[in-house]
Design a protein around this ligand. Structure first.
Ligand SMILES: Nc1nc2c(ncn2[C@@H]2O[C@H](COP(=O)(O)OP(=O)(O)OP(=O)(O)O)[C@@H](O)[C@H]2O)c(=O)[nH]1
Ligand SMILES: [Mg+2]
Length: 309
């Protein structure tokens, strides 16, 4: 039996299951043996699901070797090996939940426009509140008035404090005030919403770097997480965005959103591999409960759940 979270995850990943896992299962059941044409087809399925060329070749190569030396003899063993490899590729030293220990934490949330930053912040704030953390929000996306209103509406709905300034005011000043409030009100976690678009990309990166600098300078003893939000439905584009943000900021983790809306959820593998940082949360829908802490083993179990049960 799957527990609730696993069942939700498995259900929301069904597009990727269809695009990746079910295809590999059909390939296994339709093949006469684990031969070269099988491996070529398996490679193609992985690449088509956005697992990435390098990772796909790596997985297939290591499975091919195990078949050659007789360590893998059946389709079932092959699937087990693939699961193990996917899990390993998603596991990092600092995998696991974000650091919200007993010292104040600041979570700076960044990403291009429309990826799901503000929604993910609301979901995360709600999650932390359920864990009895006292949360503060900062509306540092001052570029659009609607962005401030959107975060305010969430704060109101969730009964969470928020620091905001007028539209077009300096985002760094919002963050500065929020850090003072975090300290003065003895709250646990500050989550900072940021703009996804400014007049130019260089402007945006400069602004985010400034915010990062201010947090480190004004509250060095706080635990800082910088989470990049990526939209899984944008595939290789997400990878390109990630490179730009990683250059400018000390990213500590990723939030991969909209995994419910794509058959190419395999993108999670090359993104984590290339950036070398763990996925911390995954977005699985538009509701407040649709954000899960990411666990490589749970993810793989959910993805292959049909094969197991
Ligand atoms: N299906 C699905 N939709 C999501 C998910 N996360 C966010 N969305 C939707 O994506 C849209 C954009 O979300 P926002 O949170 O406003 O994105 P943003 O990054 O803050 O955008 P900007 O403020 O414009 O930079 C909204 O309609 C969300 O409901 C998810 O995990 N799954
Ligand atoms: Mg937003």
């Amino acid at each position: 039996m799957l527990d609730n979270l696993l069942a939700q995850l498995s259900f929301r990943l069904k597009k990727t299951k269809t695009g990746l896992v079910n295809k590999i299962e059909s390939l296994i059941s339709g093949s006469s043996g684990l031969d070269e044409s099988f491996f070529a087809d398996m490679e193609e399925i992985l690449i088509m699901a956005d697992v990435g060329v390098e990772a796909s070749l790596g997985f297939v190569e290591s499975i091919r070797k195990k078949v050659q030396i007789g360590e893998i003899q059946s389709g079932k063993e092959l699937i087990e090996q693939l699961k193990k490899q996917i899990e390993e590729s998603l596991t990092f030293e600092n995998s696991g939940p974000i650091g919200i220990a007993n010292i104040p934490s600041v979570i700076l949330v960044v990403g291009v426009n429309g990826v799901g930053k503000t929604t993910s912040i609301a979901k995360l704030a709600n999650k932390l509140k359920e864990k009895r953390k006292r949360v503060l929000l900062a509306a540092a996306d001052t570029f659009r008035a609607a962005a401030i209103d959107q975060l305010k509406a969430w704060a109101h709905r969730l009964h969470i404090d928020i620091i905001s300034h007028r539209p077009n005011s300096d985002p760094a000043a919002v963050v500065f005030d929020a850090l003072q409030a975090l300290r003065a009100r003895r709250l646990d976690v500050l989550i900072v919403d940021t703009a996804g678009r400014l007049h130019t990309k260089a402007n945006l990166m400069a602004e985010l770097e400034k915010i990062q600098r201010i947090i480190k300078r004004e509250y060095p003893e706080a635990l800082l997480e910088i989470l990049l939000v990526l939209d899984a439905t944008t595939g290789q584009n997400a990878l390109a965005q990630a490179r730009v943000f990683q250059k400018a900021l000390d990213l500590t983790g990723l939030i991969l959103t909209k995994l419910d809306g794509t058959a190419k959820g395999g993108i999670i593998i090359p993104i984590s591999q290339e950036l070398g940082i763990p996925v911390k949360y995954i977005g699985l829908g538009e509701d407040i409960g649709d954000l899960q802490e990411f666990s490589p083993s749970t993810f793989v179990t959910a993805l292959f759940a049909n094969a197991d049960s």
